[in-house]
Design a protein around this ligand. Structure first.
Ligand code: AP5
Ligand code: MG
Length: 189
């Protein structure tokens, strides 16, 4: 790989396998995985101000405010390691306001690809029910998925308008999905 390191975004419904595939993808692309969900869970575990703000919202299946999330991500992307290795953003942007903030940080041509990991509602619902976490009740799952349709799905067109959207079929085994994602990355590296 030469020149500027890759800046990638992964979009997809809750339970589409973003976190699972990001572990594979960072190994393959050399980028750093920045998951806002993981950052928020760490903040909750550490009892920081951010964690105190986020905990109840996350448990209720809501979204932490754009202002808070834009600040968290701006601070993370400013670090030297990202400039050196690039980034795979997971869970951010989640709203158009967040996407606009990202564009201000990285520039108009700053994102090399936005990957939409596509898995239908019926399948993600089954996966999350099977995972059975404390917030994986049928009701909380439905709430998170309807917020996704309302707030996050518009980003599919937003990235498409900028010419960087790639939709990848997220059905199949973890290895099958990874093989599809690998070829998307290889085409851009
Ligand atoms: P976040 O952590 O981002 O969660 P999410 O994207 O909502 O959903 P998941 O992480 O559960 O799904 P995933 O796509 O990563 O799938 P996974 O690989 O785990 O956010 C958590 C919360 O933080 C939000 O609700 C919000 O409150 C807050 N937040 C975070 N970012 C924010 C932002 N930018 N703005 C505002 N608020 C924010 O896989 C799911 C399951 O499927 C697993 O059990 C896995 O083993 C299984 N699986 C994976 N791949 C396959 C496969 N191919 N076949 C079968 N099963 C599979
Ligand atoms: Mg995740």
């Amino acid at each position: 790989m030469s020149g500027r390191p890759l800046h990638l975004v992964i979009l997809g419904r809750q339970g589409s396998g973003k976190g699972t595939q990001c572990v594979n993808l960072v190994g393959h692309s050399g980028t750093l995985h920045v998951s806002t969900g993981d950052m928020l869970r760490a903040a909750v575990a550490d009892g920081t101000e951010l964690g105190k703000k986020a905990e109840a919202i996350m448990n209720a299946g809501g979204l932490v405010s754009d202002e808070t999330m834009n600040g968290v991500v701006a601070e993370r992307l400013a670090k030297h390691d990202i400039k050196e290795h690039g980034v795979l953003l997971d869970g951010f942007p989640r709203t158009v306001v967040q996407a606009e903030a990202l564009e201000r940080i990285v520039g108009k041509r700053g994102i090399d690809a936005a990957i939409n990991l596509d898995v239908p509602v019926s399948v993600v619902t089954e996966r999350m029910l099977a995972r059975g976490g404390s917030d994986d009740t049928a009701e909380a799952i439905a709430r998170r998925l309807s917020l996704y349709d309302e707030q996050t799905a518009p980003l599919i067109d937003w990235f498409d308008d900028r010419g960087v959207l790639v939709t990848v079929d997220g059905l199949g085994t973890e290895e099958e999905v990874f093989a599809r994602l690998r070829s998307v990355i290889d085409a851009r590296a």
